[in-house]
Design a protein around this ligand. Structure first.
Ligand code: MSP
Length: 626
């Protein structure tokens, strides 16, 4: 972190925001402002160092390992996805970003708890179940499972998958409701207004389009009149205002903080937290004619997810297992729920508020939010099948500035992925390994630290690594990718300038190289080795630094460099320091780590590789080698 800060002061144009390494500590201001606020369980993190914890995994079956002392916890969440329909690329986007951040934090040595899951109650889900001819339970099981499957296909290594229909979750919601009730923040009243079923939200008439259409879903809102229970949000207006003033990092990016402050300033209105017309939900304690409003239910998933198997199912226990969250990652459409309703609810129940809410933008198609309700989605499954998880992850994290909207185009996808992953990174590794094999039997004769002695190229790489770290810490994922790619660009340039192959052909070398090389073991081969070791060290550093974004690709790079899978999995951010490759290391047989995607114009039947039989297959990443 110290190095990251040093870099910040020397680099104009890098936005100064509180790095994530500083979150995970309690935010200022609230403990004193509300008498009810409880202190975080004193043992919450102290105990985690001695506890057995899960390694990142998919499908909840991770290996259990003892982690070292003084682990710092980092709890991050994605939204819990509605199970009205299977996931689309928009829903996958948040999860890919969360996974990259979780992987980066693990590289830093934090004890990460990465929470995702599904939001399964409410009117919208009940209607979807009915339309599919299944019971709500069967429907939820099927769709929830489709999320897990996609996460596996996308290499998402979550730690917890919570379903809001889990019994432990229901118990937590009821206890939470009772706390808020006991705090005097729930009352009964009639409500009349316009409701958007897709948003599961009452809307203000002034925010609607013609015919009372929801601006997000372009469908008319329905008029509703209900006798409901209300949450006294208005009571928290001043507290929230003050909190945001003293904790401006609570909402990121900054322009979203301004939006939230605007909402609060314009006046907070109490909101209805029960539904008398919806059966598919958690019954309101002491009134089973009403169910709890889906948002009042789902947000609690972030807390109930923390409960370990076999632990007591109560709020105190869940809080002791890691609350508050360090970071909620969400899309901008659900910012109000996370940055206004949620902190007020938590305060009412005497719980700490999360440290940060980051609202990213939308993936759009033709400028419209991609979504299940509009039916203009992109199938992540298809993308993964055709191009592989690394390509999908890389493209969306590199191409869309995290926080802003980004449009998808297949041409752009193919161009970016080919240029960056196949040509710049893959080729650099492949040609270097080829030369090493041809001239040096694939074995390194130098430690990389010796090979780079007095070479300023190493310093440039060190600086780019620091830059990448800085960007990761600030959730600027696209810039982090860019910095790592700059290392590969610098590597390619270095190779082209030094042209070790021509050196070999010429049979000559500079005196500086000659001094380092030993005549006994083959003078020219050793001269070539100096440059090749340098580039392979660069590849090792790239594979470590890019592993949060493209884990499989980076694992393949490690294996080409002669490391085992276990060595890759044990890597930490410290491994981005120069000096990992040692003399005697034997590289694997050179094999392209990322294959070019061939661009074929389906519409006009133009097949660039001229082989029609190969047409279908060649669209897939993996068949046309770089
Ligand atoms: N169930 C609620 C969240 C409850 S969290 C306690 C919900 N679910 S959702 O499935 O509709 O949306 C989940 C997330 O996906 C939201 O953050 C939303 O912004 C995101 N996205 C859905 N479509 C999207 C795009 N087209 N682009 C980027 N993200 C989008 O809301």
């Amino acid at each position: 972190m110290a190095a990251g800060r040093a870099l910040l002061s020397s680099q104009n144009g890098l936005a100064a925001v509180a790095p994530l390494s500083s979150i995970g500590y309690r935010a200022r201001g609230l403990a004193s402002s509300l008498p009810l606020l409880r202190r975080r369980c004193p043992s919450a993190f102290a105990s985690s160092s001695a506890r057995c914890c899960s390694r990142p995994h998919s499908e909840g079956a991770g290996e259990r390992v003892m982690k070292p002392e003084k682990e710092e916890a980092f709890v991050l969440t994605t939204p819990l996805y509605y199970v009205n329909a299977p996931p689309h690329m928009g829903s996958a986007y948040t999860t890919i970003a969360a996974d990259a951040i979780a992987r980066f934090q693990r590289l830093l040595g934090k004890k990460v708890v990465f929470i995702t899951g599904t939001d399964e109650h409410g009117e919208k889900i009940a209607a979807a179940a009915e339309a599919s001819g299944r019971s709500p339970r069967e429907h939820c099981d099927t769709i929830s499972q489709s999320y897990r499957i996609l996460w596996r296909e996308l290499d998402i290594a979550y730690d917890k998958f919570i379903r809001t229909t889990d019994l432990k979750h229901e118990a937590i919601v009821k206890e939470f409701y009772s706390r808020v009730l006991n705090n005097g923040d729930i009352y009964r009243a009639d409500y009349e207004g316009l409701y958007c079923v897709n948003c599961e939200e009452y809307k203000d008439e002034k925010e609607l389009l013609e015919n009372n259409c929801c601006p997000m879903h372009l469908k008319p809102c329905v008029h509703r009149k209900e006798d409901n229970y209300f949450f006294a949000l208005s009571k928290y207006q001043k507290t929230l205002e003050d909190y945001l003033t003293s904790n401006p990092d609570f909402v990121k990016p900054l322009f979203r903080l301004n939006e939230v402050q605007g909402w609060i300033k314009s006046g907070l209105r109490d909101f209805s937290i029960s539904r008398s017309s919806v059966e598919w939900g958690i019954p309101v304690p002491n009134d089973d004619k009403q169910t709890i409003y889906v948002w009042f239910d789902a947000l609690l998933g972030y807390v109930s997810a923390l409960l370990e198997e076999g632990e007591q199912t109560n709020l105190e226990q869940a809080v002791c297992s890691g609350w508050p969250a360090s970071l909620h990652l969400i899309g901008k459409d659900i910012l109000r729920f996370h940055a206004v309703y949620w902190p007020a609810m938590l305060l009412s129940a005497g719980l700490s508020v999360p440290n940060m809410v980051f609202g990213h933008g939308f993936l759009t198609k033709d400028g419209m939010k991609m979504g299940k309700s509009l039916g203009n989605t992109l199938e992540p499954k298809d993308l993964v099948q055709r191009f592989g998880a690394d390509a999908v992850r890389y493209f969306f994290l590199r191409e869309v500035e995290f926080g802003n909207d980004g449009d998808y185009s297949e041409d752009r996808f193919i161009n970016i992925v080919n240029a960056h992953l196949a040509n710049t990174i893959g080729n650099l590794l492949n040609r270097t390994l080829g030369l090493l094999k041809k001239n040096c039997q694939s074995m390194l004769a130098f430690d990389s630290i010796i090979a780079a002695e007095g070479n300023s190229f190493k310093d440039s790489v060190d600086q780019l690594v620091e830059k990448a770290k800085y960007h990761y810490e600030n959730l600027s994922l696209s810039s982090a990718c860019e910095s790592v790619l700059d290392i590969a660009n610098a590597g390619n340039l270095y190779m082209d300038e030094r042209a070790p192959w021509s050196l070999f052909k010429q049979g000559g070398a500079s005196s500086e190289m000659a001094a380092k090389a030993s005549f006994e073991t083959g003078y020219f081969h050793l001269c070539i080795q100096l440059d090749l070791v340098i580039i392979l060290e660069v590849m090792r550093i790239i594979a470590t630094a890019l592993s949060p974004i493209t884990p499989s690709l980076c694992s393949r790079i490690y294996s080409q460099l002669g490391f085992s899978k276990e060595q890759f999995e044990a890597a930490t951010w410290d491994d981005t320091k120069w000096g990992g490759l040692k003399a005697g290391q034997i590289m694997a047989e050179p094999k392209p780590v990322f294959a070019r995607i061939e661009n074929i114009d389906d519409g006009n039947e133009v097949v660039q590789n001229k082989n029609k039989d190969k047409k279908k297959a060649s669209r897939r990443q993996g068949l046309v080698e770089a």
